[in-house]
Design a protein around this ligand. Structure first.
Ligand code: GLV
Ligand code: MN
Ligand code: MN
Ligand code: MN
Length: 399
């Protein structure tokens, strides 16, 4: 078994989700912690020195930590019931690429670091790319400290339990200055690379995207004694709001809008809920269109809620504008990978957050299923193994 597939195979039992299928590896959970230890051991076995910065980002150094280093990395956390490749492929490819570079006897002009970012998915604390947002100052550390998971644990407490000092979270000038160039290799998450086309693509930009919470308030009541005409049922409003989200996005070319998570309070079969929370994910190439889309959805939600005797509030939880990768770095990636087409991605990445601060670029690896954030996400073994060569080709040119 070649390098990347064997690395991925060695973590294939960690964080499996027997209920949802696939993997559930929320940040700082037992599974993600085990993956971080696995990464540390793999990096150390290659002679890399591993450190954790004050935002919980792991850095594995080939060469002395220094300003302007070449950095590659991704994440090890997952969405609930996610696939095997979203995140870990970039980490395994980076470890294997170091092996390739050493085998090639590459002379470095600067140090190389592999980074593992925490809470890329935002699946535990609600804000995606939380580690890179903290590093770059894109989120206020107080806001981050007060984020809560479903069990009510704050990010501050979770960070403390993971060995970090929550008081030290936030923009880290020294760590940021160490990134001369950042390259993230990632599984392609849609149908951007066909089954028979080239194995890798170079990223050009990321669609603007954000998360909003819609809270529908109604009257909690008894399912048996409350006549249908007497109800103010937020679940009935929520169902129509979800349909309105789908219709509004479908009418806007290029838009994507999703309600992937809902919560009924208190959540009993024989209870009319008093409140239903819906989380909206909306994306479009033009940020003004995304803003209008969310405004339209909010207006429709208010009408629907009023008709059902309920009310609704909308709160933005995060937003990342449409981001283009560094043109010079993108050209260098294209020169190193001449067969690779150029892709826009609809998925968010730490590389996108970093792109506002340092030259950043991405490499995508073919996913014949066209499916991601699902157990059916897929990369062929040959492509996974080739990804280390592709990444090494890029890193060698930049080192
Ligand atoms: C993260 O993968 C996202 O695009 O939401
Ligand atoms: Mn990812
Ligand atoms: Mn993802
Ligand atoms: Mn992502």
């Amino acid at each position: 078994m070649a390098a990347v597939t064997s690395l991925l195979d060695s973590i294939s039992d960690i964080g499996r989700d027997p209920v949802r299928g696939g993997y559930s590896r929320p940040v700082f959970s037992a599974a993600e912690t085990e993956l971080r230890s696995w990464f540390t051991a793999e990096a150390q076995s290659r002679g890399l020195a591993v450190e954790t910065d004050r935002n919980g980002i792991l850095w594995a150094w080939w060469g002395e930590p220094q300003k302007g280093a070449l950095v590659t990395g991704s994440h090890l956390d997952s969405v609930p019931g996610g696939g095997a490749f979203d995140g870990p492929l970039g980490i395994a490819a980076a470890l294997a690429a170091v092996d390739v570079l050493k085998e090639r006897g590459v002379q470095r002009n600067r140090s190389l670091a592999i980074t593992v970012f925490p809470e890329e998915e935002g699946s535990r604390f609600g804000v995606a790319c939380l580690g890179s947002r903290l590093l770059t100052g894109a989120i206020d550390p107080d806001t981050a400290r007060n984020l809560r998971d479903d069990a009510g644990t704050t990010f501050a407490d979770a960070a403390r339990a993971a060995g970090l000092d929550p008081e030290h979270l936030g923009r880290d000038e020294d760590a940021l200055a160490r990134i001369g160039d950042f390259v993230e290799l990632h599984v392609e998450q849609g149908r951007g690379l066909g089954e028979d086309g080239p194995a890798v693509a170079v990223g050009s930009s990321i669609l603007g995207h954000g998360r909003w919470k819609l809270t529908v308030h109604g009257q909690g009541n008894h399912a048996g004694t409350t006549l249908m005409e007497d109800r103010a049922d937020p679940m009935v409003a929520a169902a129509q709001i979800i349909t309105a989200v789908q219709q509004t996005a479908a009418a806007q070319p290029g838009a994507r809008a999703t309600v992937g998570r809902i919560q009924a309070i208190p959540g009993g079969t024989n209870v009319i809920p008093s409140r239903v929370d819906l989380w909206l994910d909306a994306r479009h190439e033009e940020d003004a269109v995304t803003a209008r889309l969310v405004e339209t959805i909010h207006g429709k939600a208010q009408k629907i809620a009023a008709f059902e005797g309920c009310s609704v509030t909308l709160a933005q939880e995060s937003f990342s504008p449409t981001t283009s990768f560094d043109p010079a770095l993108q050209r260098q990636l294209q020169l190193a990978l001449p067969q690779a087409p150029v892709l826009v991605t609809g998925a968010g990445h730490d590389a996108g957050i970093l792109a506002g601060h340092v030259p950043a670029g991405m490499i995508f690896v073919r996913n014949p299923s066209g499916i991601s954030h699902s157990p059916e996400e897929y990369v062929e073994d040959a492509d996974a193994d080739y990804s280390a060569t592709a990444l090494a080709d890029v890193l060698e040119d930049l080192l």
